[in-house]
Design a protein. Structure first.
Length: 454
């Protein structure tokens, strides 16, 4: 039988999350009031949600924006309605960004929306609106907080260590967010450079409080449930684990930018639609961002983009594309065949943003078999190994775990492997959860099949 590398409950969580396919990201906060400008000057360098840093704004002056956070036109029901009209099935809201301003009711700090002039818990409003409309809800939470005095040091790249007192602050806030806002489908961590222990602590907390949650790759240290691609970057190879592409309508900012050039609506709709269908057809989820204005209203151009994308979604539907490339055709006359140079199996790994990189964990082939039969299976190496290496071979219905012995170039795996009539998927990979598998060893390995007499 095949080895189940996930437990059955996680398999369902993964399948349910992948079925969402298309979601809305929302970047909203004090930076939305600034809109990319400070004292009448455009701050064009960097993302506008980072204007406090890129604009060299004194912290006290920036944080005084809290007194202007009235957001009289923020309407959670309208935003959720827009998401549904666009064909989206989930929403991920920035609960706080790097400036540290919280959009939720928290006991950890008074730097939050409940203690601002609006006296509103935006996370609660959005989570309840999603629940009422049948959408799933998740939130963004960064490993970085410029407001917290213990979150030091921080640098331009925001990939810094997490000091112990700040780590406890994060745990306290995450506990609030994971406990007080109903079912959470996605935890979207970002930035920072936590230790393995810190990443695992957050992952364990999230899975304990929210068994149905999926955690993104920026929790770091291979403690994630799915991969977050770099911003607006489609993978250049097939990914064999759950993944999501975070995308913006305009690539120069995530939050509202008052001087953004908003033109060519049809071209923008076509661009976003093409990206969406490309991601979904190739197995990923597409998380498209909007950045409401400082008063909380949705930018009319962004609304129009989403409504028009929604029309395309309703016309075409969002479907996964089953991609099969036949590597070998096995006829009744085929007595033996060799599989080599397969399609790489890819996952991403890293301990912070600037070390994230793809690694190969195995190789796969699709073969077309004319009639079912039994085949002897062995693994052949071009050169012998210095040390023993454990690998797995998987067929349609069975997983074989075996050891490549040192000093040998051919190892038998099974005397009688059953291959079904039609397409058979064959793969060789390093053992373990697909999200944590070690890199495939640097060796030239081929799989040899020899037909057994009936």
């Amino acid at each position: 039988m095949k080895t189940d590398w996930y437990d059955s409950s996680r398999e369902k969580v993964i399948a349910d999350w992948q079925d969402l396919k298309f979601g809305m990201f929302i970047h909203f906060g004090l930076f939305s009031i600034a809109g990319g400008c400070w004292n009448g000057k455009r701050i064009e360098y960097g993302y506008s949600e980072l204007i406090e840093y890129h604009g060299n704004i004194p912290q006290a002056d920036y944080e005084a924006l809290k007194d202007k956070f009235t957001i009289e036109n923020f309407n959670a029901e309208e935003i959720v309605g827009l998401a549904k009209a666009a064909g989206m099935k989930y929403i991920v809201l920035v609960s706080k960004h790097l400036d540290g301003f919280c959009l939720f009711d928290t006991k950890t700090t008074d730097f939050n929306s409940m203690d601002s002039p609006c006296h509103r818990d935006i996370v609660r409003e959005m989570s309840e609106a999603c629940a009422s409309a049948g959408l799933r809800f998740g939130f963004y939470y960064p490993w970085v907080d410029w407001h917290n005095p213990y979150a030091v040091p921080f640098s331009m790249h925001n990939s810094d260590v997490i000091p112990p007192r700040f780590m406890q602050y994060c745990i306290d806030q995450l506990t609030e967010l994971l406990s007080n806002y109903g079912p959470i489908c996605e935890l979207w961590m970002d930035m920072g450079a936590p230790t393995l222990e810190q990443s695992q602590t957050v992952a364990d907390l999230a899975h304990r409080l929210q068994p149905g949650i999926m955690i993104n790759g920026r929790i770091w240290n291979d403690c994630h449930d799915f991969i977050s691609m770099p911003d607006n970057r489609f993978p250049d190879c097939k990914i064999n684990v759950p993944w999501e592409l975070p995308a913006t309508i305009f690539h120069d900012t995530w939050c509202y930018r008052s001087f953004e050039k908003r033109d060519d609506l049809p071209g923008k709709v076509n661009q976003i639609s093409d990206e969406l269908f490309n991601v979904v057809e190739n197995g990923g989820n597409y998380l498209l961002n909007i950045g409401p204005m400082g008063d909380g209203s949705v930018v009319p151009y962004e609304r129009d983009v989403l409504l028009n994308v929604g029309k395309t979604v309703r016309e075409r539907g969002l479907c996964r594309k089953e991609s099969v490339t036949i590597s070998e055709r096995v006829t009744n006359e085929t007595s033996c065949f060799v599989l080599e140079h397969g399609m790489p199996n890819i996952r991403y790994t890293g301990h912070e943003y600037y070390t994230m990189h793809p690694i190969i964990t195995g190789y796969s082939w699709d073969i077309d078999v004319e009639e079912e039969g039994k085949f002897g299976l062995s693994c052949k190496l071009e050169l012998p190994l210095e040390h023993e290496q454990k690998l797995c071979v998987e067929t349609n219905d069975r997983t074989f775990v075996f050891s490549l012995k040192a000093k040998l170039i051919r190892m038998g795996i099974c005397a009688a492997v059953h291959l079904e009539k039609g397409v058979n998927h064959i793969s060789i990979y390093t053992p373990g959860n697909p999200l944590e598998r070690p890199q495939f060893p640097d060796l030239c390995a081929s799989l040899e099949f020899s037909r057994q007499a009936t």
